[in-house]
Structure formats: C-alpha cells, structure tokens
Design a protein around this ligand. Structure first.
Ligand SMILES: Cc1cc2nc3c(=O)[nH]c(=O)nc-3n(C[C@H](O)[C@H](O)[C@H](O)COP(=O)(O)OP(=O)(O)OC[C@H]3O[C@@H](n4cnc5c(N)ncnc54)[C@H](O)[C@@H]3O)c2cc1C
Ligand code: SF4
Length: 468
C-alpha cells in the first residue's frame, strides 16, 4: 500500500484546468495533467482501507488501491497492466467518467477522496496501456462474431472477443467509428485522436471495421445470422421530445443534431449550408441539465453565442449531502460542470410550455415557461409564475427514450417496457445467437457502464461459442 499516513498529511489536489477565457477559444482539451511528483503524492493518499468501496463504485471493478500503490512506487508499467486488466479504454474514462469511484472512496467521508480519475488518466499514457499486435498471443477459434455499433460497448466487446481468438466484424452506420464518443461528446472533453489510436490498434490486431453500413437495410437478417454470434451495441439514440406548441419552429433542435455537426467541423468534415445549426450571435436556451446539456453549453459558448441559459425542470439540488443520501451513495448535490463555469445562466424548476415564432411565423423568437415545484414526487406547475425567455436557438437535451426501432423487430427480439433490449446476465437476448449490450440494453447511461457491459457480453458470447 502507499504511505499509510499520507492521507493525514497530503491534501487532495485535483488536476488544474486552463482558465475559461482561454479554453473557450479552442476545441482542444483543457485539463493540465499534474507533474509526476504530484501524481505520486496524490496516489500515496490511498490508504488501502481493507474494504475498498471504490471497487464497488467503479462499474468496471477497477483495482484502484493496487494501481494507486504501484503509482506511488513509481512503477507505471505495472500500474498500466493492472488497469488494463479491467478497463479497455482508461484514457477515455480517465477523461470523461464522472468517477463514481471517488464518490465512494472512504476518504470522501469528509469530501477529500483520492484523485482516482486523474491517476487513471496518467497511467493510461503508459505504452503498456496500449498493447500492440505482437504483445498479444492469440489462437484463432475459427468463430465469427458480428458487432452492430461501434460505441464504447461495441469496441470493448470487439477488443475482448478478438483477444479470445474470434474473428470480429464491427458494422457502423456512421462514417467514422466511435458512436457517441465520436459524434456526441465534444472534442474539448475528448479529443478524437484517442479513439483513432484504439481503432487503429484493434484493426492492426485483425478486427474488421465496416463503416457507412446500416444493419437492417445494407446488411440483412440472413447476412447477420451467417455469423456464429451477433452482438447488438446500437446505443439508446431516440431523443426525448418536448410536445409543446411551436415545437416545429426553425431554431428548436435536438442536442445531437447540433453536437454532431460541431464534431464533424472539428474533424474537418463540412456541414451542408442548408442544414447548418450554429449558436453564433444567438441567445441560446438549453433545456435539460445533464451531460448532454452541458456539452451544448460549452459548444454554444465556443461558437460565440450571445448568451447561454440552461433550464432544468427539477428543483435546484442541495449544496451539501442530505441525510437521505448518505455516503457511499452517489452524491445528489449541486454541481457545476466545466462548461457551465465558462459562462452560463442556470435556472431550476422551470417547465417550458411553448415556443414563440418571430414575425415570419416559422423561426424561433422565444419560449414561454412556468415555474414548477416537486410535490409528492410530482412536478407541479405554479399558477401565476409565467416566464417569457427570448431565444433564437433552443436545444433539447432531455435524455433518450431507448434504442431505435426496426432492427430489434427485424431480429425478432422482445423489448422491455422501456423499449430497451432485455438480456440475461451474460448479455443473451430472447433470440438464440443474439446478444445485446451497452445503452441498447441498459438505456442511456455512461461510457464506463458501456465498457463494463461490452466486456460482460463478450464473456457471454465466448462462453456460448466455446460451449457449442
Ligand atoms: C452528448 C452526450 C454526452 C455524453 N457525455 C458523457 C460523458 O461525459 N461521460 C459519460 O460517461 N457518458 C457520457 N454520455 C453517455 C455515453 O456517451 C453513452 O452512455 C455511451 O456512448 C453508450 O455507448 P454504446 O456503445 O452503448 O452506444 P453508442 O455510443 O450510442 O453507439 C452506438 C452505435 O451504434 C450505431 N448503430 C445504431 N444502429 C445501427 C445500425 N442499424 N447499423 C449500424 N450501426 C448502428 C450508431 O451509429 C452508434 O455509432 C454522453 C452522451 C451524450 C449523448
Ligand atoms: S472508470 Fe470511472 S469509476 Fe472506474 S476508476 Fe475510472 S474514473 Fe473511477
């Protein structure tokens, strides 16, 4: 273990960030990684507490106290090997995971958890975290697996199945690999060369990637069933709509339509003029307070919005933990994301009731809303609290309702009440040979869960193929 008394002497120091006024001038990441000596001293704070709650907090079961100790001893190579044993893409989670591990760290009892995520990100820089073809000894099984969808769940499964000797083909409808890592999450949170590096590594090891292929139309059911196993990793991509008067106005758009365009621009892919969505010079309203909403805030600010306002239906959370939300539960407290810090007005308990057209009758000029309170578990509008907010661009970020319809039905899969593809613990669906993973079966979640699910489904497929 690290220094058994370090947590008494060394304060938590999180990695620093470039000042907001500087970072909004570019699309680059802005975290300033701590120098090696600082990293070592932060790792020493891990007290190897006997029952490591961080293992349970991390959906991947990352062996956190083990690699903290190795980092403290300066053995980054062994730390990378331990990290890679449970996490296929630590360079990604080390950047965008909300770090439930830190919430459940025993030191978080007084709000000073180990900087686990920073340490993970630093370990992921080690060459050992990127095994090349020669480093992996693989015996081909002669079995073929089709993976539909190249988000983190599909990629983690491809990595695991290829290591077990199966011939893996990943089908992706988009032009580039990565799912929401590529098209949803902005570059200022995750630069895309990180995905390219992993994809190149997988391709060099023999994984076949087929992009611009829509499974269900370009690839038929018979084509798919020619594989020994099929893994559905299609995500949860149907956005929740706001059925309110004026919804059809030009200027009211889904978050993903806006974010994916900007990710394309940063990648050098031009966006057709007639489809262009830009916040430049506009008063932007973002409806929804989650990750997607924050990403729209940061993107709008970088595009040069006149102002950005973010509305949340739920009441403002408490600044401190409430007694009904004790450690090590995920703290339901008021948070400010890096994008919100960059200059955004936030309002809570606001229910949008309609969109207002400008004089031309078809473009957005504003929205109407009313204050709402949470009473008896129900959001209740408050009479006499009408609001009118001017806006030329309103982005809907109210979550996703489930996987797209069509392919699950084509494959004869049953869906659960929420529209997701239910599976058993090994990822098996109701149809033999077909497995499902990630957001497609869990519902919209987190990258760390997608990787964990992808690993589990790969294990399930491997067991099924070995059994047959
Ligand atoms: C804007 C935004 C920001 C987010 N930020 C974070 C964050 O900061 N941290 C975090 O942990 N999580 C974040 N999330 C959530 C996270 O991105 C998802 O939980 C995760 O990507 C789910 O992975 P997945 O592999 O299941 O699906 P996805 O990433 O959605 O990938 C599914 C893939 O399947 C493809 N596909 C679908 N149907 C077909 C078909 N018929 N044929 C071929 N291909 C098909 C899609 O094109 C897509 O590429 C964010 C989500 C959004 C929308
Ligand atoms: S993947 Fe997320 S939860 Fe797991 S150790 Fe890394 S930051 Fe923590």
């Amino acid at each position: 273990m690290g220094d058994p008394r370090a947590f008494l002497k060394v304060k938590r120091h999180k990695s620093k960030e470039a000042p907001a006024q500087e970072r909004i001038k570019t699309w680059r990441e802005f975290t300033i990684e701590p120098p090696p000596e600082e990293l070592l001293s932060q790792a020493s704070r891990c007290m190897d507490c006997g029952i490591p709650f961080c293992h349970q907090g991390c959906p991947l079961g990352n062996l956190i106290p083990e690699w903290n100790d190795l980092v403290y001893r300066g053995d980054m190579e062994s730390a990378a090997a331990r990290l890679l044993a449970t996490n296929n893409f630590p360079e990604i989670t080390g950047r965008i995971c909300p770090a439930p591990c830190e919430a459940s760290c025993v030191l978080n009892l007084d709000g000073e958890p180990v900087t686990i995520k920073d340490i993970e990100r630093a370990i992921a820089r080690s060459p050992r975290a990127h095994p090349k073809l020669a480093a992996i000894d693989i015996t081909p099984t002669g079995r073929k697996v089709a993976i539909v969808g190249s988000g983190p769940a599909g990629l983690a499964a491809a990595d695991e199945l290829q290591k077990r000797g199966h011939a893996v083909t990943v089908f992706e409808r988009d032009a580039r690999i990565g799912g929401l890592l590529r098209y949803g999450i902005p570059d200022f949170k995750l630069e895309k060369w990180l995905i390219d590096d992993r994809v190149n590594e997988l391709a060099a090891r023999g994984v076949t990637f087929r992009t611009r292929v829509d499974v269900g139309s370009d690839v038929t059911k018979d084509d798919l069933f020619a594989y020994d196993a099929v893994l559905l990793a299609t995500g949860s991509r149907v956005p929740r709509d706001l059925a309110t008067p004026g919804r059809e106005l030009v200027g009211v758009h889904y978050a993903m339509d806006f974010l994916s365009q900007q990710n394309d621009r940063v990648a050098g892919v031009s966006v057709p003029k007639d489809r262009e969505l830009l916040a430049t010079g506009k008063r932007v309203v973002v409806i929804g307070g989650g990750d997607t909403g924050s990403d729209c805030v940061g993107t709008s600010i970088r595009q040069g919005a006149l102002s950005v306002m973010q509305l949340e239906l739920m009441p403002r959370p408490s600044l401190t933990r409430m007694p009904e939300n004790p450690w090590p539960e995920w703290p339901l407290v008021f948070r400010t994301s890096s994008s919100q810090e960059e200059g955004c007005e936030r309002d809570f308990g606001v229910m949008t009731t309609g969109f207002v057209a400008s004089a031309d009758g078809h473009t957005l000029a504003g929205l109407s809303a009313v204050r709402a309170e949470l009473r008896g578990g129900k959001i209740t509008p408050q009479p006499g609290t009408d609001l009118s907010i001017p806006t030329e661009l309103c982005l809907l970020c109210m979550g996703f309702t489930g996987p797209e319809r069509g392919l699950p039905e084509l494959l004869g899969l049953t869906l659960d009440a929420r529209g997701n593809v239910p599976t058993d613990a090994t990822g098996r669906t109701s149809v033999p040979k077909v497995f499902a993973t990630g957001d497609a079966s869990r519902g919209q979640s987190l990258v760390v869960w997608a990787i964990a699910d992808g690993r589990r489904a790969a294990e399930g497929i491997h067991a099924a193929l070995r059994g047959s």
